[in-house]
Design a binder for this molecule. Structure first.
Ligand SMILES: C=C(O[C@@H]1C=C(C(=O)O)C=C[C@H]1O)C(=O)O
Length: 670
């Protein structure tokens, strides 16, 4: 046998490979700039999602042959394509505005090195400029001043955050500025607790933070007792303070990257109220820019309307009449005019386009005040997702409404079909209730992080849209050798992030709902809780889609009444689930009521899915029920999977990975 390579030799080879990878990426960037040039001549848009999809399909297939899983390949290429699109956009933008090119840009931002605005600025300008003169400021008005007076060429300003909403002071300084918005960018914002010397969360008695990050972490901060929160002008100021104090009892809130510049280390991560915390920044300059027509553009307007009924609606109707999509509407009090509001509107479209021009003309006639704050390239490059029927499958596994509405149903005002078109419920890039048949897959019960991750990976590889996993009931998990509720939720959250899958888990008690809804993308009400009114009401107050399982002894009317209870609280995103009912038949555990699918479809507009897990006595009986559910018009299926079904703790029938892959492959032929 050959002598194995030494660690040094292996690492040498890896380093060489990585150098090659970098050279290839750099060449790819060059080529994408050539593509951009050809798009100028052909006046084609930069983004071509048909091409991206075809490319991803080929790469996934090739990746599989090289033992690389689809999710890994897709993730890497989403990053590469995003870079390619933004690099092309930056180049076209520079060509469209040649007078703005300078070797060095002076940029004003809030705080100092390491603040979030600083990180956003570095990222944004990395595509357009080699050198920056950083002009750290202590307030938003100082930042705007720098640009207005010509001391800085650009300003980077945070405008909104997914946890704390619009940054009102920035909206207010925009009211009077003579500057224009010339760009935007979105930055993922991961708040951490950082210290200068080794410490632990329990030792901390003082936290330094800017009030915006503090607001975005309010739930975490509220959960602490006896801790002093010291407010700082920017996260960078908090870092500086903590680095000077060198005290194990003090910590700063900010990003890990920013803290590193001050020698700080994170002792806790993921502090924000929202699991996906993003901030959007705008870039300001003295003069407006032209947006090249190949690039998707956004235009920001500010306006005020007459104080009379319907005047705002009338203004918004102008957008509709001109086919313009409004992606943001904020209102702020007009300074000096008590109780009058100024509306900030972001519209998708180029200011130069004829429909935008004619919309503005129409708006001028019906508004009291109207000003364009700027037109700029939209930096949102939403990833292209390969549709299920085109996703190449793993090689090793796959081989191959009633006429009249029921009177009872029409009595339910919110759920009833009453001519209402099918409700489509969007969960990230999946739509439940459309023509697409979706699969929700995962372990019946979460037994360990490894087990959950293995299931999530297989679910993703085979094209499932949503990950499921039930938390082990604490009353049974008494010796505590299985993950508890909190750990299971955390595992689900991590698996969801890692495999880019939204996830669902069941809630049993009203008290669980708020916390679970904060983390999970959907919530499930189990069959035995279908008539638990308090629980139904509680989930009805959340913003998450709810899968409501039919009770073992519940009629369809009763199921719809339960859905009505949820919807009456405000949450209109209910998905009904047929999971088998109790009959005299003992051969199957419960009897899957396939007739319920078309019946529900005529009674209600809500999506209907099927969980066949409890309606069979042997796993071999599962596949036909899955295909039958699809044939009967269900919108999707729930499948329990497990790496070793024989050892599974779940009480339902569980598929092994090969059996699951086979069903997924067969499903797309049907
Ligand atoms: C490079 C191109 O532009 C964009 C980027 C792509 C890529 O990086 O592969 C693919 C399609 C376009 O959205 C192209 O059109 O080929």
């Amino acid at each position: 046998m050959d002598k194995p390579l030494s660690l040094d030799d292996i690492r040498k080879e890896i380093t060489e490979l990585d150098t090659t990878v970098l050279k290839l990426l750099s060449r790819r960037r060059e080529l994408s700039l050539d593509v951009a040039r050809s798009k100028i001549e052909a006046t084609r848009p930069v983004r071509d999602q048909t091409r991206e999809e075809a490319l991803l399909v080929t790469l996934i297939k090739q990746g599989r042959e090289l033992d690389l899983d689809a999710h890994y390949v897709t993730q890497i290429y989403h990053t590469i394509i995003e870079d390619s699109v933004l690099t092309q956009q930056a180049m076209l933008q520079q060509l469209a505005n040649p007078e703005n090119r300078k070797p060095v840009y002076r940029v004003a931002f809030l705080g100092d090195k390491g603040s979030y605005s600083y990180l956003a600025m570095r990222k944004y300008f990395s595509r357009t400029c080699d050198d920056l003169v950083e002009r750290g400021c202590t307030s938003f008005s100082q930042i705007i001043n720098e640009v207005e007076s010509g001391t800085a060429d650009y300003a980077m300003l945070p405008i909104e955050n997914t946890s704390s909403g619009g940054i009102t002071q920035v909206y207010d300084v925009l009211q009077h500025t003579t500057c224009s918005i010339v760009g935007e960018m979105t930055l993922p914002v991961e708040h951490c607790l950082l210290t200068a010397v080794p410490s632990s969360e329990s030792q901390i008695n003082t936290i330094y933070a800017h009030f915006q990050p503090a607001q975005q972490c309010s739930e975490y901060l509220d959960s602490l007792t006896g801790i002093k929160i010291e407010s700082c002008d920017a996260s960078s100021a908090a870092f500086l303070k903590v680095s000077e104090l060198k005290d194990p009892h003090v910590a700063a809130i900010g990003s890990a990257d920013g803290g590193e510049l001050y020698g700080l280390t994170p002792i806790k991560t993921g502090l924000a109220n929202q699991k996906e915390n993003f901030s959007r920044f705008i870039v300001i300059a003295r003069k407006p820019v032209q947006v090249a027509e190949q690039i998707p553009a956004k235009t920001t307007l500010i306006m005020s309307v007459e104080q009379k009924p319907g005047s705002l609606v009338e203004a918004l109707l102008v957008m509709r009449e001109h086919g313009l999509n409004m992606c943001k509407l904020e209102s702020r009090p007009i300074q000096g005019n008590p109780w009058e509001e100024l509306f900030y509107i972001d519209v998708e479209g180029n200011l130069q386009s004829s429909h935008m021009q004619s919309a503005l003309e129409a708006l001028t006639r019906i508004t009291r005040y109207l000003k364009v704050l700027g037109c700029y390239p939209s930096e949102e490059v939403s990833p292209t997702h390969v549709p299920l029927d085109k996703l190449p499958l793993p090689n090793n596994t796959a081989t191959s409404a009633s006429k009249t509405e029921s009177a009872a149903a029409s009595a339910h005002s919110l759920v009833a079909r009453n001519g209402h078109p099918d409700t489509e419920i969007r969960v990230r890039h999946t739509v439940i209730g459309s023509d697409q048949f979706i699969t929700i897959a995962g372990p019946g019960i979460i037994e360990s992080q490894e087990q959950l991750n293995a299931c999530a990976q297989q679910a993703k590889e085979c094209g499932a849209a949503i990950l499921r996993g039930a938390l082990y009931p604490p009353q049974i998990n008494q010796d505590g050798n299985l993950p508890n509720e909190q750990q299971s939720l955390q595992y689900l959250r991590e698996a969801g992030l890692r495999f880019d899958l939204p996830f669902i888990t069941e809630v049993h008690h009203p008290e669980q709902v708020t916390e679970t809804a904060r983390q999970a993308d959907l919530l499930q009400i189990g069959a035995r809780n279908m008539q638990n009114i308090e629980l139904l009401q509680e989930v009805g107050r959340t913003h998450r889609p709810i899968i409501l399982k039919r009770g073992l002894m519940a009629s369809l009317d009763e199921l719809l009444q339960a859905a009505e209870v949820i919807m009456a609280q405000g949450n209109r995103q209910v998905i009904l689930c047929e999971r088998g009912i109790r009959t005299f038949e003992g051969a199957s555990r419960q009897t899957l009521d396939l007739g319920a699918i078309p019946a529900l479809k005529s009674m209600t507009h809500l999506p209907v899915i099927v969980d066949p897990t409890h309606a069979i006595s042997h796993i071999n009986q599962l596949a036909p029920l899955v295909y039958a559910a699809k044939a009967a018009g269900a919108n999707g299926i729930i499948l329990d999977i497990h790496p070793q079904p024989a050892a599974a703790l779940s009480d339902g029938e569980t598929l092994d990975f090969d059996g699951f892959a086979e069903i997924m492959s067969e499903l797309r032929q049907r």
